[in-house]
Design a protein around this ligand. Structure first.
Ligand code: 5GP
Length: 190
C-alpha cells in the first residue's frame, strides 16, 4: 500500500534493527485519513469472505480494526491485556509473549461476543514473531469460530511471524512488508 509505505518512510523512526516506531500516525498520534485508507484496503482484500467479526488487541490494533469494521460493516472486538473489573467471568483467555515489552501477559475477551457461527478476521498493527496474532487465534478457537485470515498493517518480514502463520494454514495480508531496518533505513519487500 503506497500511501502507508510513504508515511513509514517520511514519519517512521528506526529504533533498532528490529523495532520501528510509528508514533506519529499509528501508535500514539493517529492519522485518521490514512486509517480510513487502511480500512478500505483490508476490506478490499477480505471482501466476499463472509466475515462477521473482527478481532484485535488493545491499544494500537483498535484504530485500523475499527476502520476495517466500518468498511466491512461488522463489529470489532479488542482483546484486553489484563482482567478489568468489568470483565470478570466467562472469558476466553490466552497468554501472549510481547515482542516490544519482552514479558508475557494474558489477553482476554468475553465469550459473549464471539460464537461458533462467526467468521473472524484478525487485525493488528505489527507482525513480528506472530505471538499476538496466535494469541488472538487461540481466543477464536476457544469460541469454535472460524478464522478467515490475518490482516497486518506493518509486517516485519525479517522476523518469523508470517512464516509461522502461513505454516499453520492462515492467510496473511500485510499492507506494508518491511524487508529490513538495517543501517537506520527502512526497505520494503518487492
Ligand atoms: P509479535 O506478537 O508478532 O511478535 O509482535 C507484534 C506485536 O508487538 C504488535 O501487537 C505490536 O504492538 C508489537 N510490535 C512488534 N514489533 C513492533 C515494532 O517494530 N514497533 C512497534 N511499535 N510495535 C511492535
Amino acid at each position: 500500500m503506497q500511501a502507508l509505505e510513504q508515511k513509514i518512510l517520511t514519519e517512521g523512526i528506526v529504533l533498532s534493527n528490529h523495532v520501528l516506531k510509528v508514533d506519529a500516525f499509528l501508535n500514539h498520534q493517529i492519522d485518521p485519513v490514512l486509517m480510513q485508507q487502511i480500512g478500505q484496503e483490508f476490506a478490499a482484500r477480505f471482501k466476499d469472505q463472509g466475515i462477521t467479526k473482527i478481532i484485535t488487541i488493545e491499544a494500537s490494533g483498535i484504530a485500523p480494526a475499527v476502520m476495517a469494521g466500518l468498511e466491512l460493516g461488522v463489529p470489532v472486538i479488542f482483546a484486553r491485556k489484563y482482567q478489568s473489573l468489568t470483565l470478570k467471568d466467562d472469558l476466553y483467555r490466552s497468554k501472549v509473549f510481547s515482542f516490544t515489552k519482552q514479558t508475557e501477559s494474558t489477553i482476554a475477551i468475553s465469550n459473549k461476543h464471539i460464537h461458533s457461527t462467526d467468521k473472524v478476521l484478525v487485525i493488528d498493527d505489527f507482525l513480528a514473531n506472530g505471538q499476538a496474532a496466535l494469541g488472538l487465534i487461540d481466543l477464536i478457537h476457544q469460541a469454535n469460530a472460524e478464522i478467515v485470515g490475518v490482516g497486518i498493517v506493518i509486517e516485519k518480514s525479517f522476523q518469523t511471524g508470517r512464516a509461522l502463520l502461513l505454516e499453520k494454514g492462515y492467510r496473511v495480508e500485510s499492507l506494508a512488508r518491511v524487508e529490513s531496518l538495517e543501517n537506520n533505513q527502512v526497505t520494503f519487500v518487492r
